[in-house]
Design a protein around this ligand. Structure first.
Ligand SMILES: Cc1ncc(COP(=O)(O)O)c(C=O)c1O
Length: 341
């Protein structure tokens, strides 16, 4: 950042193209082709202020007020807010161990305009969408002229098995809008992510970007381009994968030590969070508001549901060291049992 701040010139202080800097888009495209199996050219990349802006832009481009849209049940709360702002009609489609239940979606609303999915690591329950379901989802989109929005928010981190290639790559990018972010691999306050847009929609996305916030900011794009191009990003991923894996192991071990098999653990093989479900009769919202009053922040699982909810917590482990983990899990245990945390 300092290097680029020092050599700032007149052109870098002006507005840029709505898709972002070309040299940055080129390194993003190269990274996604090799590491995520995404089929794309730099011309299809749009640099955005994190996935949230990508979700918002996609809703503005693809949907009209009242458009039916499949969302995962449970799913990402901030997606639900974005789609509601766009006036979309949310159709909650259940997920199971193989990801989105496409047949259930077709039964509920075959003619949905779009499906929003997290196939690499379903948010929040953690399933990886099976190959059969991926093909079924793509077939549905092609037959019905629907769009698929793939939110690939944390796929760089897989601990038990090799990374799963993107859904976009399987389709050749015809009906899939692919979204990625540097929020997990680097840090969320960067506000940098990217959209890979099917050729036929590039101009419409660019027009909507112009109409909403013109273009992305310059400095972090320039710095991050170098960070990727000079190999630091790949090294950083290798290093952080080990760190997060250690933190995840510590969290799973502590949960088992404190709770035995009384809490079910879901989705621990990838990403930076896992889910624990609560025994019957306990309310996650009641426990989390009691815990919050004592300074322990617990994200209730039920908030991720539009309909009937399972009770539990979404536990992020990225920001807590392995050594600190047992203390936090003991606080969780006290919160669940109703004592002081
Ligand atoms: C499902 C999902 N998508 C996207 C994101 C990242 O959002 P952003 O890139 O806007 O920081 C998150 C962050 O937690 C997430 O859980």
């Amino acid at each position: 950042v300092t290097r680029h701040a020092r050599k700032v010139c007149a052109s870098s202080m002006n507005y840029s193209a709505p898709r972002g800097r070309k040299d940055f888009r080129e390194v993003i495209a190269a990274y996604l082709r090799t590491s995520r199996g995404v089929r794309c050219e730099a011309s299809q990349v749009m640099v955005v202020n994190g996935s949230q802006q990508a979700l918002d832009l996609s809703a503005r481009v693809l949907l009209d007020p009242g458009s039916p849209v499949w969302v995962e049940e449970p799913g990402y709360e901030w997606l639900q807010h974005t789609l509601r702002l766009a006036g979309a009609k949310l159709i909650p489609v259940p997920v199971d161990g193989a990801g989105l239940n496409v047949a259930a979606g077709i039964r509920q609303r075959r003619n949905a305009r779009a499906a929003y999915v997290t196939p690499s690591h379903q948010y929040p329950l953690g399933a990886t969408m099976s190959a059969a379901r991926r093909l079924q989802l793509l077939a549905w989109a092609h037959q019905n002229g629907a769009w698929i929005v793939e939110d690939d928010y944390d796929s760089e981190y897989r601990y038990e098995s090799p990374p799963v290639a993107s859904l976009q790559g399987l389709d050749g990018g015809a009906r899939v809008i692919y979204i990625g972010t540097f929020s997990k691999t680097l840090f969320p306050s960067l506000r940098l992510g990217y959209l890979i847009i099917p050729e036929a929609l590039v101009d419409r996305f660019a027009a909507v970007r112009l109409a909403t916030d013109l273009c992305p900011a310059y400095l972090y794009q320039a710095a991050l381009r170098d960070f990727l191009e000079e190999g630091h990003f790949a090294r950083h991923l290798r290093k952080t994968k080990l760190i997060y894996s250690e933190r995840r192991n510590a969290l799973v071990r502590s949960i088992r030590e404190e709770f035995g098999d009384r809490l079910e653990i879901l989705g621990a093989d990838a990403g930076m969070h896992l889910v624990v479900t609560l025994p019957k009769g306990l309310s996650d919202r009641r426990i989390s508001s009691r815990a919050a009053a004592e300074g322990l922040w617990l994200q209730p699982l039920s908030a991720a549901y539009l309909g009937e909810a399972r009770q539990g917590f979404i536990l992020g482990f990225g920001g807590i060291t392995a050594a600190e983990m047992p203390t936090h899990v003991r606080r969780l245990k006290r919160a669940i049992s109703g004592g002081a945390v």
